[in-house]
Design a binder for this molecule. Structure first.
Ligand SMILES: Cc1cc2nc3c(=O)[nH]c(=O)nc-3n(C[C@H](O)[C@H](O)[C@H](O)COP(=O)(O)OP(=O)(O)OC[C@H]3O[C@@H](n4cnc5c(N)ncnc54)[C@H](O)[C@@H]3O)c2cc1C
Length: 506
């Protein structure tokens, strides 16, 4: 667990954040990404009297969609479900470019008057709950001068994403120091890199690799996707024809809602089909790849994974762009291990060498939990990896704290929206009944299980630090929008597990 900053240079009661005459916030949201902005918008609408602020470690809104700047960065789920339920997505493209998503998030913040609630350049390092006065004391480090800012809040709402912004997963290979070309990580893409006419090797086979390869192949001399093992790659049209048709005929909100539901239900249908009839689904996906990539291509080696569909996240390619670049001969896939780097490129386990001017390590994210914030409860350190998630969004025996963790098999925002709605219901319930504290009481009879069941490397590497889930309601994490909709939007707040307390009068 990360430690709290050892050197507190100043304890600044930030009146700028709290507002004049106040010394405590009702809700502190951590993170101004897709989730944090959505959470604030919901809070403003459903709990208009609440005094809230957002603290954001970076100097800008958008999180993921501001951080990632590699060529072609885009969503890999459709914007009718990755968009907020309260703000229709109106661009033509359903599979949208990163900059368009960033504009959408900024617009939401601007329209809702949320931007003025954000304090940028403040990284939360620790949060300490005190039962005696029913509040969190949150310590954040100010980027500008490294000084500590202390904030007090009744409710802490973590919208800090799920991975480290400081580092990605970066394996090291023998001989890297000898390599004469450029080695890059997608998370830290340099401005103005000119790769036209260059030979590029992209190491990896996940969402980032399948985005980068076709985009770079437009102008590079050649791009090779070098993968240790294959992934399921599925084509989807970048434009949703039915959604466009609805848009022309119905009011914007109605068209968006229908398109959203259509995509929610279709995604759930295909997910269920994949889990119930994996062999049939696998055959179909591979046939589709074969049809697009051409008869000469070795689909069995390069596009036939050893695992079942949805044991790991599927990779989506809009309009089959990856397959098209392969057909054109501008891109290739090599499935092999890496022996070492050489002066000229990458030497493979098979003995072949791939010459490269640029090597991109699309080797994945490094997951983290709750923005690496060190949590303490009444003076005791709380090991988040040992906690049990309640409805996949609060933690057993941790009071007045919610976190956003989206779906792995559907758009993140679907769960983020439901979580925000539940938090507002909970806060309103507490107000109606005069409660200051809400805490899911952990049931010792519920056995902890992994929070995520994906077999992907980035998930397995993080299982120890992620909270756990239980085998039954309300401790089970459902990767299922309909079940969560029922539980979070309509389920009872006082369900016998959630315990309430009056707290201190303040
Ligand atoms: C390249 C890429 C493509 C993706 N495409 C999709 C997709 O198509 N569909 C999908 O569903 N999901 C996708 N995802 C997952 C994606 O991250 C989520 O969809 C969504 O953007 C997450 O939003 P968030 O606000 O929860 O987290 P983030 O976008 O990660 O934002 C978190 C914010 O919290 C801030 N923060 C973190 N810790 C602290 C702290 N301690 N103190 C202060 N601030 C802090 C960060 O600076 C950041 O601004 C993608 C992810 C990546 C990396």
């Amino acid at each position: 667990m990360p430690a709290a900053p050892s050197r507190v240079e100043a304890d600044i009661p930030d009146t700028d954040i709290l507002g004049p005459g106040a010394d405590i916030l009702d809700v502190l949201i951590v993170g101004a990404g897709l989730s944090g902005i959505g959470a604030a918008r919901r809070l403003q609408r459903r709990c208009p009297g609440k005094r809230y602020a957002i603290v954001e470690a970076r100097e800008s809104i958008g999180g993921t969609w501001d951080l990632f700047r590699y060529p072609g960065v885009r969503s890999d789920s459709d914007m009718y479900t990755l968009g907020y339920d309260f703000k229709p997505w109106t661009d033509a493209k359903a599979i949208a470019d990163g900059p368009a998503i960033l504009r959408y998030i900024r617009e939401t913040a601007q329209e809702g008057g949320i931007t003025q609630h954000i304090r940028f350049g403040l990284r939360v390092r620790s949060a300490e709950w005190s039962s005696s006065d029913a509040r969190w004391t949150v310590t954040a480090e100010r980027a500008a001068d490294g000084r500590s800012v202390v904030l007090r809040t009744r409710f802490l709402y973590m919208c800090s994403g799920y991975y480290s912004y400081a580092e990605g997963h970066r394996p090291r290979f023998a001989g890297e120091a000898d390599y004469r070309g450029i080695v890059l990580q997608p998370q830290f893409w340099p401005d103005n890199l000119d790769y036209s006419g260059k030979r590029v090797v992209v190491i990896g086979s996940g969402a980032t690799a399948v985005t980068l390869v076709p985009e770079m192949a437009r102008t590079a001399a050649h791009v090779t996707m070098l993968q240790r093992s294959p992934t399921y790659v599925v084509t989807r049209p970048s434009i949703d024809r039915l959604a466009r048709w609805l848009n022309r005929r119905l009011p914007r909100g109605a068209a968006y809602r229908l398109a959203r539901w259509k995509n929610v239900l279709l995604a759930m249908f295909f997910y269920q089909l994949a889990r119930r009839r994996p062999e049939q689904m696998k055959k179909r996906i591979i046939e589709m790849a074969r049809a697009q990539v051409g008869p000469e291509f070795d689909v069995d080696t390069h596009f036939t994974p050893r695992y079942k569909p949805w044991d790991q996240r599927m990779c989506l390619v809009p309009d089959g762009d990856l397959f098209e670049r392969i057909r054109e001969g501008r891109a290739a896939v090599v499935t092999d291990g890496i022996e070492c780097f050489t002066e000229r490129g990458v030497k493979l386990a098979s003995g072949d060498e791939l010459p490269a001017d640029i090597v991109v390590m699309a080797t994945g994210l490094k997951l983290n939990v709750m923005g690496d914030v060190a949590v303490r409860i009444d003076g005791r350190a709380c090991d988040l990896g040992a906690t049990l998630a309640y409805k996949g969004m609060m933690l057993g025996d941790v009071p007045n704290l919610a976190m956003t963790f989206g779906y792995t098999n559907a758009s993140w925002t679907l769960k983020a929206d439901l979580t925000a709605g539940y938090v507002c219901r909970l806060l309103r319930y507490m107000d109606r009944h005069g409660y200051a504290v809400a805490m899911p009481r952990r049931d010792p009879g519920v056995l902890p299980q992994p929070f995520l069941t994906f077999t992907s490397g980035y998930v397995r590497r993080a299982l120890a630090i992620l909270p756990k889930q239980g085998s039954r309601r309300p401790w089970a994490v459902y990767q299922n929008y309909l079940l969560d909709l029922f539980n979070l939007r309509y389920g009872r707040i006082a369900d016998g597990v959630m315990q309430f307390g009056a707290g201190a009068k303040s």
